[in-house]
Design a protein around this ligand. Structure first.
Ligand code: TPP
Length: 563
């Protein structure tokens, strides 16, 4: 049988570890979808719309290291670009594959699903801005080179890539691909740069007395958690995490000193950071959000270890092509023991407390939901937290060793948790996925619960219904922060069909007793998702959200700088 462009793409995707590809069909990609489907290692996962499709692929990439989303031209791809933006911001290699018009029509005719003029380059131009590599195949013979270039660049840079495949080319003859190692090569450090970075860094650290390690979200993207642990144990200093890095260092470790998030830090992490005379910043990202409206930008000297570079404050040197994993492992061998910040932190460390349990009939509170969620966590749990007070509720949880935590703090698309947890759970079905999401966020992407039903994915969705966009109320209030209330429990049950798929369980909780009963039922329900609508008072939000919102609002409303 003829080996085609579509087969080439399918084979390459399977070689890099893709087992599920997320799709929405359209006439420009149907033949391509047939080819992908025909590959024995690939399972097609249909999504309800392209926004959800791209975010599902983003969540899949979190679990599996890479994700793929296949959509149709313009009407599909424009929506998918949002999830590709997320993948870019969050450093995840997601391959966006879009069907495109027949090559005979390119720049010749007016076509459906286009802007209605003769220039068909616009989608490719748009994709270039939100990917690390965009390719548009125009002849079958180019396909191997272009597909390989896009996939290889995405994997090397941990950023999304774009591949445009005209509808008629998917079935045209194509060479077969060579070994996978050519497109999935490891990132290697430059030897001399690595050696000098390690020497300079250990000399720099030797001259400091009070060292603190600050861990950022890029550690996980670089797969450097184990090397981080080795370095932390070699130095013996306090280790604090940025909020988006939660889960990258074990929270039961004696050196774990909380989440550093300025005034909304946990476990007094900010106090130990302020006491330090040097910060070892590993994969950190400082934004207005992570620095609480720029109020928590550390001003002590820093050693900055990024995904593939190291920068020192004194002497001021930049080392490029130093891979994070290599650098941390080597620094662990070279660095000397200095546990002064741990001695200090032991005196500072507050007692973690879950707070008091509410009594059975008492009205449900945010705290009680968090307290009961905490009791469910095991080493097999993955928690997804959505933008909103769910961030703060999630950050407060104490993760047992092995538990994972997913957050999309850089892109911050509300509703991200629903499709992303779906994609993630397909890749890691052995884990128990729990989603914490607000009512406003849920309304953005609720349709994807339907796919959890279809594929019988037992995700537990804790929907905190505080009747509106509370996080925005804290930043800047107006009537626009009120939303239509839904019967959420009823809604998700409507996604079940009598003929096929699993079943969604929709439950409501108004009291402490009701939520504990609901959680018990959720844990037992295996044939699809469970949504628990947790009804809380509109004013019941975390102290951290109010504090953070105040400073972010102040940063947003700074007057323009004069020239
Ligand atoms: N649109 C998108 C796609 N993403 C966004 N982050 C926003 C708009 C702006 N936004 C940020 S938080 C938020 C909105 C609209 C409200 C979230 O409300 P909800 O999910 O109910 O959580 P709560 O703040 O009530 O905990």
């Amino acid at each position: 049988v003829l080996f085609t462009v579509g087969d080439y793409l399918a084979e390459r995707l399977s070689q890099i570890g893709i087992r599920h590809h997320f799709i929405v069909p359209g006439d420009y990609n149907l033949v391509l979808l047939d080819k992908l489907e025909a590959h024995p290692a690939l399972t097609e996962i249909g999504c309800t719309n392209e926004l959800n499709c791209s975010l599902a692929a983003e969540g899949y990439a979190r679990a599996c290291g890479v994700g793929v989303c296949v959509v149709t031209y313009s009407v599909g791809a424009f929506s998918a670009l949002n999830g590709i933006g997320s993948a870019y911001a969050e450093n995840l290699p997601v391959i966006l594959v879009s069907g495109a018009p027949n090559t005979n029509d390119m720049d010749q005719h007016l076509l459906h699903h286009t802007l209605g003029d003769h220039d068909f380059s616009y989608q490719f131009e748009m994709a270039k801005r939100v990917t690390c590599c965009a390719v548009a195949i125009r002849r079958a013979a180019q396909a191997p080179e272009l597909i390989d270039r896009a996939i290889r660049t995405a994997l090397l840079k941990r950023k999304p890539a774009y591949i445009e495949v005209p509808t008629n080319l998917s079935r045209e003859a194509c060479a077969r691909p060579g070994p996978a190692s050519a497109i999935a090569e490891p990132n290697l450090s430059d030897g001399p740069a690595l050696d000098s970075a390690v020497i300079a860094a250990s000399e720099f650290l030797c001259a400091k007395q009070k060292q603190v390690i600050l861990v950022g979200p890029k550690v996980r993207r670089a797969g450097a958690q184990k090397a981080l642990l080795r370095l932390a144990e070699a130095i013996g200093c306090a280790v604090v995490l940025q909020p988006a890095a939660k889960g990258s260092f074990p929270e039961d470790h004696p050196q774990f000193a909380g989440i550093f998030w300025g005034q909304v830090s946990t476990l007094a992490a900010d106090t130990i950071v302020n006491w330090a005379d040097v910060l070892i910043c590993i994969g950190t990202v400082f934004t207005d959000y992570s620095t609480v409206g720029w109020t928590a930008l550390p001003n002590v000297p820093q050693l900055v270890a990024d995904i593939d570079s190291v920068t020192l404050a004194h002497p001021n040197i930049y080392f490029s092509r130093v891979q994070l994993h290599d650098f941390l492992s080597r620094l662990a061998e070279a660095a000397s023991w200095n546990s002064s910040t741990m001695t200090e932190y032991t005196r500072l460390r507050p007692d973690p407390s879950l707070g008091h349990a509410s009594r059975g009939q008492e009205k449900l509170t945010r705290k009680e939901v968090a307290r009961q969620t905490q009791l469910l966590l095991t080493p097999e749990t993955t928690v997804f937290t959505d933008t909103g007070d769910s961030w703060f509720n999630g950050i407060q949880l104490c993760l047992p060793r092995g538990a994972e935590f997913e957050i999309e703090m850089q892109w911050g698309h509300i509703g991200w948790t629903i499709p992303a947890s779906f994609g993630y759970a397909l890749a890691k079905p052995e884990r128990r996925t729990i989603v914490m999401v607000g009512d406003g966020a849920f309304q953005m992407t609720a349709q994807e619960v339907s796919q959890m039903v279809r594929y019988r994915i037992p995700i537990i969705i804790l929907l905190l219904n505080n009747r509106g966009y509370t996080i925005e109320v804290e930043i800047h209030d107006g009537l626009y922060n009120r939303i239509q209330n839904w019967d959420y429990a009823l809604l998700v049950q409507a996604f079940s069909s009598k003929e096929e798929g699993g079943r969604a369980l929709g439950l409501e909780a108004h009291t402490a007793e009701e939520i504990s009963g609901a959680l018990e039922r959720a844990m037992a329900h295996k044939d699809g998702p469970t949504l628990i609508e947790c009804n809380i008072h509109p004013d019941d939000c975390s102290r951290e959200l109010i504090t953070w919102g105040h400073f972010v609002a102040a940063a947003n409303s700074r007057v323009s700088a004069k020239d």
